[in-house]
Design a protein around this ligand. Structure first.
Ligand SMILES: [Zn+2]
Length: 344
């Protein structure tokens, strides 16, 4: 299997984050992609390919132009306002406050408008890194469109928390959604996104919620207790034409393999029944038992099984790297999915 990767991911590094009351080194650090890359090479998964640069048009199929302009320019605005350090939002709309229908003009107000948390900052080169992560997903998609059975887009920063016009959860551009849309724009009629990351793919859900040409199935920590909260309940099944094409599997803290696997198999069957012509896997491996910010109990061997079962879809498949923060095992767990797939 070809892996698409660029060292340009180093252009994004938030440095620190606020985690459970402490300022700590960010969990979403550049080392993550390097560890996965090292494992890809160690097991001889296949060639590692630098993605070309794509036009913004491919990203505008998913994200709004005003949001992209904001992401591109906000760091310069921050500096022009006389501020040092990185760009951080710090306040968000509460349910008692009216929803704005257009971006406000003030810098901090706009930061609030285009985000939902402060998991990650915007640095001078975050825009470039996020663009290169999207390029990585696009190049992987194009390889599959050209006849590869599957490809691995080793994207960083990750993407599934980013919506049409917002960032959050370490995510700025939704790489998996951009890939799914590219499949549709190149002859595919129906695409499924299978999100096995520990966290709910709230951005992906928001992007495709009213559409029937993309089915999203997401297994995740119940939003009643787990980030990103508010979204990811089973009752959210899509709207309008999209009714029935959004499948959420919220699971309790402490979920082990058997419970996780039961939800995975249910989602697997429903994806099969949808009869997609291409599949995108939002490949987070933070359901691992030692993940520092997650509360499921999967073991490394289970990721092999996940890969084997994904191979049972006789479909063109793009794997897109999302989360996974137990860095000692991150390479093994992510590549186990790919090796399980290849060995099936
Ligand atoms: Zn995650």
């Amino acid at each position: 299997m070809k892996t698409f990767y660029t060292a340009d991911h180093h252009l994004h590094h938030s440095g620190m984050e606020l985690s459970f009351g402490r300022i700590v080194e960010t969990f979403e650090k550049p080392e993550r992609a390097e560890i996965v890359l090292r494992r890809v090479k160690e097991v001889g998964l296949g060639p590692v390919i630098e993605p070309p640069a794509y036009d913004r048009a491919a990203i505008e199929r998913v994200h709004t132009p005003d949001y992209l302009d904001f992401l591109q320019n906000v760091f310069a605005e921050w500096r022009a306002a006389g501020r040092d350090g990185e760009v951080w939002p710090y306040s968000w709309r509460h349910r008692s406050m009216p929803m704005l229908d257009a971006p406000p003009s003030g810098l901090d107000a706009r930061l609030s408008y285009y985000s939902f948390d402060m998991a990650g900052s915007i640095t001078e080169t975050t825009w470039q890194a996020a663009r290169r992560a999207a390029d990585t997903a696009l190049a992987g998609t194009d390889a599959v469109l050209s006849g590869e059975r599957a490809a691995f887009a080793l994207c960083r920063p990750p993407g599934h928390h980013a919506g049409r016009d917002f960032f959050g959860g370490y995510c700025y551009l939704n790489n998996a959604a951009i890939a799914a849309q590219r499949f549709l724009d190149n002859g595919h009629a129906r695409v499924a996104i299978f999100d096995v990351d520990y966290h709910h793919g709230n951005g992906t859900q928001e992007i495709f919620y009213d559409r029937d040409d993309v089915l999203l199935a997401s297994l995740h920590g119940d939003p009643d207790f787990e980030f990103p909260f508010h979204l990811g309940y089973a009752r959210e099944r899509g709207a309008g034409r999209g009714e029935g094409f959004n499948l959420n599997y919220p699971l309790p803290a402490g979920t082990g393999w058997l419970e996780w696997q039961a939800a995975f198999e249910d989602a697997h069957a429903r994806i099969g029944a949808y009869a997609p012509t291409a599949l995108v896997i939002s490949l987070g491996v933070d359901a691992f038992k030692e993940d520092p910010i997650s509360q499921f109990k999967l073991e490394s061997e289970h990721f092999l099984t996940i890969g084997r079962r994904i191979a049972d879809f006789a479909l063109p498949i793009l794997f897109v790297m999302e989360g996974g923060y137990a860095v000692d095992a991150l390479g093994i767990n992510a590549v186990n999915v790919l090796q399980g797939f290849e060995g099936a």
